[in-house]
Design a protein around this ligand. Structure first.
Ligand SMILES: [Mn+2]
Length: 308
């Protein structure tokens, strides 16, 4: 059962409890933005790591409440079964995310879930459909402008098993403390009214080996896509949002919701874009502040507003 503290919970238990979950109300009520949700043809997210403290549930809830799409791909490592096995951690906000995803399926969004290595316990359900969520091992996506993209989590190309994380280079313990520091810094920044800032995003680009590993991984994935005669590939796994054109093959990585908080979206004309959600929130808030100021000017000076 979701929400219980029983450490014998299995993937099947979690899946079995999903239909009853959607009947309940979430702990964080769904927000309905005044300006409406931003609509995309397709959204890809991955590496959410529900069931760990690293998961940035608040930002993901904000994302889900402010966007909508015809199709949404969950590109793996959505639930972290590895960590859940060691220590059961499942706050109400993690239920809220599952609730929002199932709600979208109910409202008619096509949802395709491609389990990754951390949620490999769901791979046994490949081909099945749970509450409108199709479980697949990999998928092919045709963009509005006719490109064919292969969609997979990407751990299958992590040959060295360097892992799900770039930090094989710096060690798991350091990563955990870095993430702890990241949370601490950001809660302080939030209190001060400052926007979210990714500590490890900066650190990652400064570690030479990590940069080399990431670049090599991207090339291996792009080569595999070329062999399958597709135009490009969408994956996750290494927690590094990126677009590269590698020998004519598009490599898209949708990032993660542990530190980067990114999503990949396809607009209705087929154009694709990586969204860094903390930046999108900052833009949204700046736009709201500007329109509030305009409204204030209009109230104080009706003649000026009419002229404009
Ligand atoms: Mn992974």
């Amino acid at each position: 059962m979701l929400g219980s503290t029983d450490d014998t919970t299995t993937g099947a238990d979690v899946l079995a409890s999903l239909p009853s979950l959607v009947a309940r109300e979430p702990s964080v009520p769904e927000a309905a933005p005044e300006e409406g949700r931003r609509r995309f043809r397709t959204i890809w997210i991955s590496d959410v790591h529900l069931g760990t403290k690293g998961c940035n549930a608040a930002l993901l809830i904000d994302f889900l409440d402010n966007v909508d799409s015809d199709t949404m791909y969950l590109v793996g490592d959505i639930i972290d079964g590895w960590r859940l096995k060691k220590k059961f951690y499942w706050p109400a906000t993690h239920n809220d995310i599952v609730w929002r995803i199932l709600k979208r399926a109910k409202r008619g969004t096509r949802i395709i879930y491609i389990p990754g290595n951390h949620d490999e316990m769901f791979r046994q359900f490949t081909g099945l459909n749970f509450g409108g969520v199709e479980i697949k091992r990999a998928a092919f996506h045709d963009t509005a402008d006719g490109r064919r993209l292969m969609v997979l989590h990407g751990d299958e190309f992590d040959t060295v098993m360097l892992a799900h994380r770039w930090l094989a280079f710096v060690g798991d313990a350091l990563y955990v403390s870095l993430m702890g520091l990241n949370r601490w810094v950001n809660s302080a920044r939030r209190r001060l009214g400052m926007p979210y800032w990714s500590l490890s995003k900066m650190a990652k680009h400064k570690v030479k080996n990590a940069v080399e590993f990431i670049s090599k991984y991207e090339e291996v994935v792009a080569r595999a896509a070329a062999e399958r005669k597709v135009d490009g590939v969408v994956c996750g796994h290494i927690h590094t949002a990126e677009f590269r054109n590698i020998d004519g093959i598009e490599y898209w990585n949708d990032g993660d919701w542990v530190e980067g908080c990114n999503a990949l979206v396809e607009h209705f004309d087929g154009r694709m874009e990586i969204l860094h959600w903390p930046e999108e929130i900052a833009k949204r808030e700046a736009a709201r502040a500007a329109s509030a100021e305009q409204a204030l000017v209009a109230v104080r000076n009706p003649g000026l507003a009419a002229a404009a």
